[in-house]
Design a protein around this ligand. Structure first.
Ligand code: ATP
Length: 441
């Protein structure tokens, strides 16, 4: 399958089955902003839940939910006001906009397709720096004193709360703070479906350690983060490390590794793990004038902890899971489309299907559906041929279909069909809930 083709199919499947819709679609759609439909929202919730369990259900990590709006001085301390920009060029001929550092990968909107600057009458401006933070105003007066930003990352909410969390939770260094929340970046060249969007969710964890132990903790978190991707069902051969070279390193980082996934459009970052030293706390201490040092009783020493950061994008990982799950298979001369999600990640865990709409089958099926629905998200479907109903659930990525047939009334058993092997098994009606629960977890 050509890569572009796969992405087109994924976009169309995501809409058809209710995973992802374009924002404000009836108005023509808002550029690079997306909405999650009924199945998409379950997928993303499962993914965030898996992350939260892995990161926060630990003795040494606390959760946090900081606000999106913050004192604008936060973004001066973090240097986002000064540095969070991309070089932008405009084409005076076609009015398109490009990132100056990515011209060779971009294509001019005019035909035949060429790189910007390659058409005879292309007329590119000199690059200028474009800050990616969205601005708005706090309160009724729209003047420069009222400017606030939509946060471009969740990390700063953690740094400014580090002492609050430390003191209220009675943690000691080494410890971490994790949060999931929206971030906004006015990206110049967003794209590849939900890979790069202007509004997205981040899942970030900042781990505060004694200076000198940062190298060791960096390795601990690198290993834990890679193994988490395996746990949610992504294959090792599609994941790799990319170490930042000295000229790629952000101003705050002394070491950085990205976890990359092989998308249909190439290898790209899905998470960054950074050794940020004491840059952030030092900056906030200086600009706020508040002492942010930690007193280490055991060592009888006062210091600014160093920070190891793990920073992942929930939307980008949801796209990773969708792209990874997508497959087409020919079965009995017909192509079936399957989303082969790990059962932990699948939006619907099971579908309950009466074979026909008579002989008490719908009644038994509905009772079972209502019972299963209390345990995990399920779907009830009685319309259409059974084969078509199976195919719909394959496309939704539902790992199990439970069919109530003519024999159920006699032997109190149902058929459980496995999405991947398509094998069928008879299971006692009274035990099907526990049976599925077991297979999902
Ligand atoms: P990129 O190089 O792709 O722009 P980045 O290095 O700027 O990413 P970070 O600032 O380290 O990314 O953000 C951490 C994570 O947040 C990324 O690995 C990605 O999963 C997610 N992320 C960042 N920007 C976007 C975006 N515009 N849309 C969706 N997810 C994003």
């Amino acid at each position: 399958m050509a890569s572009i083709n796969v992405m087109e199919k994924l976009v169309s499947l995501a809409k058809r089955r209710g995973f992802i819709f374009q924002s404000s679609e009836i108005y023509g759609g808002l550029g690079s902003v997306w909405d999650y439909g009924p199945l998409g929202v379950e997928l993303k919730r499962n993914l965030k839940e898996q992350w939260w369990r892995a990161m926060v259900r630990r003795e040494d990590v606390e959760g946090l939910d900081a606000a999106i709006l913050m004192d604008p001085r936060v973004w001066e301390a973090s240097q986002h006001v000064q540095n969070f920009s991309d070089p932008l060029v405009d084409c005076r001929a076609c009015k398109a906009r490009f990132r100056a550092d990515q011209l060779s990968e971009a294509s001019c909107p005019r035909k035949p397709s060429k790189s910007p600057g390659e058409h005879q009458d292309c007329d590119l401006t000199e690059p200028r720096q474009f800050n990616l933070m969205f601005k708005t105003f706090l309160g009724p007066v729209e003047d420069s004193a009222a400017v606030v930003y939509l946060r471009p990352e969740t990390a700063q909410g953690i740094y400014v709360n580090y002492l609050n969390v430390l003191q209220s939770s009675r943690q000691r260094v080494p410890f971490g703070i994790a949060q999931i929340g929206k971030a906004f970046r006015n990206e110049i060249t967003p794209g590849n479906f939900t890979f790069r969007t202007r509004e997205f969710e981040q899942m970030e964890m900042q781990f505060f350690v004694t200076p000198g132990s940062d190298g060791e903790w960096f390795e601990v978190w690198r290993e834990l983060r890679m193994s988490w991707y395996h746990q949610i069902g992504l294959p090792a051969e599609r994941l790799r490390w990319h170490q930042h070279t000295p000229d790629e390193l952000a101003h705050y980082a002394s070491a950085a590794f990205d976890i990359e996934y092989e998308f249909p459009f190439g290898w790209h970052e899905i998470e960054g793990i950074h050794n940020r030293g004491d840059f952030d706390l030092r900056q906030h201490q200086e600009l706020s004038g508040k002492k942010l040092e930690y007193f280490d009783q055991a060592a009888n020493a006062r210091y600014l902890p160093f920070i190891i950061e793990t920073s992942a994008g929930a939307d980008r990982i949801a796209l990773t899971l969708l792209a990874d799950a997508y497959r087409e298979e020919v079965v009995e001369g017909e192509t079936r489309v399957v989303l082969g999600f790990h059962p932990r990640i699948a939006p619907l865990k099971a579908a309950v299907l009466p074979l026909v709409k008579k002989d008490g089958m719908p009644e038994t099926a509905r009772t079972l559906y209502e019972d299963l629905q209390k345990r995990f998200p399920c779907f009830y479907d009685e319309s259409g041929a059974i084969g078509r109903r199976y195919r719909r659930m394959d496309e939704a990525g539902t790992p199990f279909c439970v069919t109530i047939d003519g024999q159920t009334a006699e032997d109190q058993q149902v058929t459980v069909r496995d999405r991947d092997s398509m094998s069928q098994e008879r299971v006692a009606l009274a035990e099907v809930g526990a049976y599925l629960q077991d297979r999902i977890s």
